[in-house]
Design a protein around this ligand. Structure first.
Ligand SMILES: Nc1ncnc2c1ncn2[C@@H]1O[C@H](COP(=O)(O)OP(=O)(O)OP(=O)(O)O)[C@@H](O)[C@H]1O
Ligand SMILES: Nc1ncnc2c1ncn2[C@@H]1O[C@H](COP(=O)(O)OP(=O)(O)OP(=O)(O)O)[C@@H](O)[C@H]1O
Ligand SMILES: [Mg+2]
Ligand SMILES: [Mg+2]
Lengths: 224, 224
């Protein structure tokens, strides 16, 4: 499904240069449940942003479903991003003027589902992450962990086949973290969703059969 | 130093009402190192925002240094906030157009220190949290954990006597989390800074002699 071949990513700011990824290679198959771990600043989010088509690599190859991403057009990448990938961002990126419910519905509004159809699904997802009583709150009226859970529900709204979660339990207590992990595991085992989770929490990483360890822009270890 | 007496905080949004704090009482003495733990949405940040003079309680009493906060004027509260309290926010609130170094210097620019004085201290604090090589980056050019560490350095810039940290290690790996915790502990033991830390990480809470547990807007337990 996902194949990185010597992928690099360099950021240039004036005469400053950061080699965030220095030649990263790995393969993730359909239906895998994979944790990405490593120190702060080691390159995990950069990897996930490239996988999720939010960022372009500097050199190397990225094959998604067997086809090189560089070869594809902007329209097709946008279609893949919107229909196929669900992304939980490290800093949530909820729209401040919309309620939790509206934020969750946003990604699929253009798809042509009936309002009652998608409203039902949005409410169900919000309840699944324990946000059933706070659907009309706006982000600034929610706690940090509540915002994180709205971001998770939003990522699942489009029924993605690839779920990318950047530290999805960072703001959650252990009970709520496990509820989120149980939700991800059931999507993986019951619906075959490929799941990639960046995490600093060893208890989350321990529940993933596949673990990729990143260090200073390189893959330090990979049990795959 | 800090005394809450039956403090409540109610949020009203249209005809919706949230009783975030339902009657919270506790006392924190000068020089204590205190962890605040509890489930997501239980009221921890609300407590800290009231302690840090960023929010007003709805009813009850809040005494800071023996004097009721309600009795004090806006100017005096602003002075206390700026000179006496350091706040690490759960969502960082770094200014996007400023570099890490500029963000750290911001709180004390009006104090009348010489530029070389405060620049030295800012660079030293950034190095202490492992951000020495990234001082000229802007927030969007930093990883999540790097942004969190800039927010920590900024909170310490004004040499506060009361440090309030809302989940300061949420985005950090375990090694960096411990470095931050060691920094807080030395401020507490060497400089007598009163430290209050909201955390979901039991390894952080375990290093605090005082632990206050919050549940659904109430104090569930307090070993103080
Ligand atoms: N401005 C607001 N308007 C309405 N409700 C609010 C507001 N701020 C907080 N709340 C509600 O008050 C409750 C407590 O929120 P608080 O941010 O204190 O939780 P918390 O313990 O810090 O949670 P977390 O661990 O997720 O950060 C939550 O139910 C939240 O939805
Ligand atoms: N837009 C950018 N411009 C410049 N440098 C960047 C940019 N984005 C990331 N970096 C740098 O690239 C490196 C990797 O960042 P990345 O966000 O991938 O780390 P991370 O492993 O996700 O860390 P964390 O656990 O703290 O979230 C860091 O040194 C960071 O400062
Ligand atoms: Mg990251
Ligand atoms: Mg909070």
């Amino acid at each position: 499904l996902i194949e990185f071949e010597n992928v690099t990513r360099t950021f240039i700011m004036g005469d400053n240069r950061v080699d965030a990824l220095k030649g990263v290679s790995f393969r993730i198959d359909d239906g895998e449940l994979c944790a990405v771990i490593g120190p702060s600043g080691s390159g995990k989010s950069t990897i996930m942003n490239i996988v999720g088509l939010l960022d372009r690599h500097t050199s190397g190859k990225y094959y998604l479903e067997g086809e090189s991403v560089k070869a594809r057009g902007e329209d097709e990448l946008a279609r893949l991003r919107n229909h196929f990938i669900g992304f939980v961002f490290q800093s949530f990126f909820l729209l401040p003027r919309l309620t939790a419910l509206q934020n969750v519905c946003l990604p699929i509004l253009y798809r042509g589902e009936s309002q009652s159809e998608y409203l039902d699904r949005a409410e169900e997802l919000l309840s699944k992450v324990g946000m059933g009583t706070h659907m009309q709150h706006r982000p600034h009226e929610l706690s940090g962990g509540q915002q994180q859970r709205v971001a998770i529900a939003r990522a699942l709204m489009g029924k993605p086949s690839l779920l990318l979660a950047d530290e999805p339990t960072g703001a959650l207590d252990s009970k709520t973290s496990q509820e989120v992990m149980d939700l991800f595991k059931s999507l993986n085992s019951d619906d075959g969703v490929t799941v990639m989770i960046i995490t600093h929490d060893p208890r989350i990483a321990d529940q993933c059969p596949r673990v990729i360890k990143v260090l200073d822009g390189n893959i330090e270890s990979d049990n795959g």
